[in-house]
Ligand binder design. Structure first.
Ligand SMILES: Nc1ncnc2c1ncn2[C@@H]1O[C@H](COP(=O)(O)OP(=O)(O)OP(=O)(O)O)[C@@H](O)[C@H]1O
Length: 259
């Protein structure tokens, strides 16, 4: 079976700056995949390229066996995305927005309406049917963005920081939906700085640092690549810090003027 996501030497430059540098990513179908990296490492730039929102400077992307550049429509019909900033249509109600997105994906009027209702119920967004998406709170917007990303039943879902600014109840709802999709055979590729959530949800991770892929594999594979003195199982946070560095103590000691 083809990988769900496969890149070869994927690169994106902005002028003289290389944001993503020749990365080779492989995500198998059905994996719950966490894409990690410090601020500015290149995660959002990579997701934008994988979903056709930003053209690569060089390299190739295959999604479910299809070359994204050669078959953009075929690929886009099978993927869902919640990009950085969510890109919602604010002047519609949640229901109007979901129905509109469903119709854009080619669903019939009735199917779009039924799925919109089910998703609004599932996301606990059905109580205020007249409210415009622009007037939703940040967490509500995250939920409607995820609902819109899944209305056509995508086989691969890309999520840029889905848990950012989301309360514990909403996070529980989002996690339940994602787990449901995984049990139904979908592939999920997400970025998150909340490493505890990634550790709980994801079976595989990759770490990008200054545009380069510095680790990729199952959590166990990453763990076994790190030498430790003790026998305690390393957390994902410990793995992450040991791979991308980060010496908080010495940085703080430089701020001698700070009380
Ligand atoms: N349109 C652009 N023009 C110039 N530089 C850009 C552009 N988009 C991204 N970059 C730069 O590319 C680098 C990677 O940015 P990106 O948004 O991919 O990082 P990220 O890993 O998602 O970071 P964060 O975790 O902070 O969201 C950064 O240095 C950023 O400033």
């Amino acid at each position: 079976m083809s990988p769900a996501i496969e890149t070869q030497s994927l690169t994106r430059t902005f002028g003289a700056f290389t944001a993503v540098n020749a990365i080779n990513l492989t995500v198998a179908p059905g994996q719950f995949f966490g894409f990690l990296g410090p601020n500015g490492a290149g995660k959002s730039t990579t997701i934008k390229m994988l979903t056709g929102l930003l053209a690569p400077t060089s390299g190739s992307i295959r999604i479910l066996g299809h070359d994204l550049t050669a078959n953009p429509v075929e690929v886009k019909q099978q993927i869902g995305v919640v990009p950085e900033g969510m890109a919602l249509f604010g002047r519609l109600t949640g229901r109007e927005y979901l129905e509109f997105v469903g119709r854009m994906y080619g669903l019939g009027r009735d199917v779009s309406a039924q799925r919109a209702d089910e998703l609004l119920d599932f996301m606990h967004l059905a109580d205020e049917p007249k409210k415009l998406v622009a007037d939703y709170s940040h967490g509500m917007q995250k939920k409607i963005a995820l609902a819109a990303a899944v209305i056509h039943g995508p086989r691969v879902l890309f999520l840029d920081e889905p848990f950012e600014g989301v309360d514990a109840i909403a996070a529980g709802t989002l996690k339940a939906m994602l787990q449901h999709m995984i049990t139904r055979g979908a592939t999920i590729f997400l970025t998150s700085h909340v490493l505890e959530i990634v550790e709980r949800l994801c079976s595989h991770v990759a770490i990008i640092h200054q545009g380069a892929l510095v680790a990729q594999g199952s959590l166990e594979e990453l763990r076994s690549g790190i030498q430790t003195a003790g026998t305690e199982k390393l957390t994902l946070e410990q793995i992450f810090l040991s791979i991308v560095g980060g010496d908080a103590q010495s940085s703080v000691s430089e701020l001698s003027w700070l009380a």
